[in-house]
Design a protein around this ligand. Structure first.
Ligand SMILES: Nc1nc2c(ncn2[C@@H]2O[C@H](COP(=O)(O)OP(=O)(O)OP(=O)(O)O)[C@@H](O)[C@H]2O)c(=O)[nH]1
Length: 439
């Protein structure tokens, strides 16, 4: 079963619920035939709230128009209308909000937040606890709740947002909030205040002017204001409105994809200062590690994604969990083990590893492998690996190959240059099945 394409950018028009109307009613008695006003105020409209949840991965479950419920109308006997129900919408961890129109969202205080596993917060995994200070400064991407995106984040602003900007609809405020904690909630549109019932109106000697949506009506009660139509005050205020672009932060610029034991973690350690766990058994990497590769002008983030096995798209091995991580990387580096089928090893020859990797990606999601790619031919130091590499060159076309010995760091500087070129180049090279000769 193929999964639908991931939605990592989404435009949302959020509207708070309108306030309910105030009631106009009179309590009459035999002694008081004119009656006394006893109409209650209308209820406040509900808020639109975005809640950060690790249970959702992208924005595919969202609707473009999100409207909270209206407040109930006031009733006689000074009964206040019910408060409109809030509309709570779950968004993934790592959601960044750009504001096109409306008020800057406010964080809901006192919400119970659970610290997530670092990997669940994209771009925040500290792989090297022993060398934390150095890593935070230079190497491993650090958590930054306020500034939003990673250092290269400006480049990830959505095309939709850019369109709004170019058409001059409004000034976009980029990265106004970033949701990084499970349970974190923000109000993006406030409910309108309820209208005043005639009992409240009677208590106000001078009638106040109407106020803006979302602002307390009581605060607008101004005795100096000349009388105005009571009906204006008795009708509920409309909820505030906000036009937002939600964007999912990329986990990394480059994703290392390879069979278990291909040497991805070792390579990550060699290419960056991250120190991921390395083992001679499969699935040493149960969660992806991140490292940062620094260049003079920029730095790129690299994710070592847990070993892929045949059938991963059916959730075998580490299955869907890690295939999803690949969706959030920009370019792919296929890491293959040149020695997997050598010297009595029971693994697959590199070209078959490549074919299986591409097939698994495509089975999981059509087009997932359709991103700029290169091939890292690892373990070139092993006996017979040079010959296998020569054969590989004849069997794979369309993507650059880099022979590497990750344990010794050989070929790593050339690979760094290759990754940089891949990130920069506009006409990108992709690995497609037709270009892998497994005959
Ligand atoms: N000879 C040789 N061995 C290597 C090289 N790179 C990695 N290895 C070894 O290969 C084994 C697997 O390395 P890892 O880096 O854990 O492999 P991985 O791809 O991250 O494995 P998973 O976590 O299962 O996905 C370890 O024993 C490494 O020492 C290399 O360039 N040459």
């Amino acid at each position: 079963m193929q999964e639908t394409r991931m939605r990592d950018r989404f435009n949302v028009n959020a509207r708070g619920g309108d306030g309910g109307s105030g009631c106009s009613s009179f309590r009459r008695s035999r002694r008081d035939r004119h009656g006394r006003p006893d109409g209650g105020n209308g209820g406040r409209g509900g808020d639109v709230i975005l809640e950060c949840s690790s249970a959702v991965w992208d924005f595919s479950g969202l609707q473009h128009h999100i409207i909270a419920a209206k407040g109930g109308h006031g009733a006689s006997k000074n009964m206040i209308g019910s408060r409109g129900e809030d509309k709570v919408v779950q968004v993934p961890v790592g959601t960044v909000i750009h504001l096109i129109k409306g008020e800057v969202p406010s964080i809901v205080e006192n919400c119970s937040t659970t610290d997530l596993d670092p990997w669940d917060i994209p771009g925040t995994l500290d792989t090297d606890q022993s060398d934390k200070n150095v890593n935070l400064a230079e190497d491993v991407v650090s958590l930054d709740c306020t500034s939003g995106l990673s250092p290269r984040g400006e480049g990830t602003i959505s095309k939709q947002a850019a369109q709004y900007e170019s058409t001059g609809v409004e000034d976009i405020q980029y990265n106004v909030v970033e949701l990084t904690k499970q349970g974190q909630r923000i109000i993006v549109a406030h409910g309108g205040e309820g209208g005043l019932g005639n009992m409240s109106l009677a208590n106000v000697s001078k009638i106040a002017k109407p106020c803006k949506p979302g602002i307390s009506r009581n605060s607008a009660l101004d005795p100096e204001t000349p009388d105005e139509d009571q009906s204006t005050l008795s009708s509920g205020l409309p909820g505030s409105e906000a036009l937002l672009v939600l964007e999912l932060k990329s986990i990394a610029d480059v994703g290392f994809v390879g069979m278990p034991n291909a040497g991805k973690s070792t390579l990550l350690g060699a290419i960056s200062r991250a120190k991921p766990a390395v083992g001679h058994y499969a699935f040493t990497t149960l969660r992806p590690n991140l490292g940062k590769v620094n260049f003079e002008d920029i730095s790129i983030t690299v994710a070592d994604i847990p070993g892929l096995i045949k059938g991963a798209h059916e959730n075998r091995g580490l299955g869907h969990a890690f295939l999803r991580h690949i969706e959030r990387t920009k370019v792919l580096a296929y890491v293959i083990d040149l020695a997997a089928a050598l010297n009595g090893n029971k693994g697959l020859p590199p070209w078959e590893q490549l074919k299986d990797l591409v097939l698994e990606l495509e089975h999981h999601q059509e087009g997932l492998s359709n991103r700029p790619a290169l091939v890292v031919a690892n373990k070139i130091d092993e006996a017979g690996a040079e010959d296998v590499y020569e054969e590989l060159k004849g069997r794979v076309r369309g993507v650059p190959l880099y022979p590497v010995c990750a344990v010794l760091g050989e070929g790593v500087p050339e690979l760094k240059v290759g990754l940089r070129m891949l990130m920069d180049s506009s006409e990108s090279q992709r690995l497609i099945l037709e270009n892998i000769d497994c005959s």
